[in-house]
Design a protein around this ligand. Structure first.
Ligand SMILES: N[C@@H](CCC(=O)N[C@@H](CS)C(=O)NCC(=O)O)C(=O)O
Length: 225
């Protein structure tokens, strides 16, 4: 069986993407969680992941003697291996759009990613309001994300119709919009609910809430209680 190496579900937005795809499409896999250390450059995280993945990062998918070590490459590999499951939309125009928006997320949106790190256990509403006032670039990232969300084919559906890899790529950003309560339109809030109500997203979040590991360098806005 394939193994997916991930880090803490509370914090690891890159791990979340392929994990959601595997769960959402009912693909059997074994999850291997390697915890981030409490302080940067301590603990055994690096040593453990380097033993599997010379890139030293999660997520990493191992299938027998094959290693796939990037979230988008993992999803592409799964889409090829399970072609009948339509991990990308079946319709070629929607598929092209799904790939465009996924790659836009993969290589873009640095402001929301850097300023509003994923932290599912946290409530950072006040910090979100401060960041929103202070950083116009954060507002610009959210405006573009909202434009993408508003262009989905059905108001009550996902980004390109049925749940696809594209939704898995935007799920971490949906949680950030919620955690930091960034001001978004009603049409965005409907999409956020669609994502947050998806069974795979719910399962990831439940697991994250059950974690108790505190990673100091991923907690710029809170002190440990
Ligand atoms: N582009 C990579 C990014 C992977 C990445 O940055 N992973 C983070 C975790 S969310 C990581 O492993 N960080 C640990 C480190 O850099 O030491 C992907 O999409 O998989």
């Amino acid at each position: 069986m394939m193994q997916l190496y991930i880090a803490n579900k509370n914090y690891s937005s890159w791990s979340m993407r392929p994990w959601l795809v595997l769960k959402a499409f009912n693909i059997p896999f074994e999850e291997v969680m390697i915890s981030f250390p409490k302080e940067r450059n301590t603990g055994t995280f690096k040593q453990e992941i380097l033993a599997v993945n010379p890139n030293g990062k999660v997520p990493a998918l191992v299938n027998s003697d094959l290693l796939v070590w990037d979230s988008l490459a993992i999803c592409e590999y799964l889409a090829e291996q399970y072609a009948e499951k339509n991990l990308w939309p079946l319709d070629s125009k929607l598929r092209a759009r799904a790939r465009c928006i996924s790659t836009e997320m993969h290589s873009g949106f640095p402001n929301i990613r850097n300023l509003c790190g994923m932290n599912l256990r946290a409530n950072l509403v006040e910090k979100g309001a401060e960041l929103w006032q202070e950083f116009k670039d954060l507002q610009a990232d959210v405006a573009r994300i909202e434009q993408i969300f508003s262009e989905r084919p059905y108001r009550d559906g996902f980004l390109c119709g049925e749940f696809s890899i594209a939704d898995a790529f935007y799920a971490p950003v949906v949680t950030r919009l919620k955690t930091y309560a960034l001001p978004v339109s009603e049409i965005t809030q409907i999409y956020m609910q669609n994502v947050l109500n998806h069974f795979a997203v719910k399962e990831w979040i439940e697991d994250a809430l059950a974690e108790d590991t505190w990673v100091n360098y991923l907690e710029p806005y809170q002190i440990q209680k």
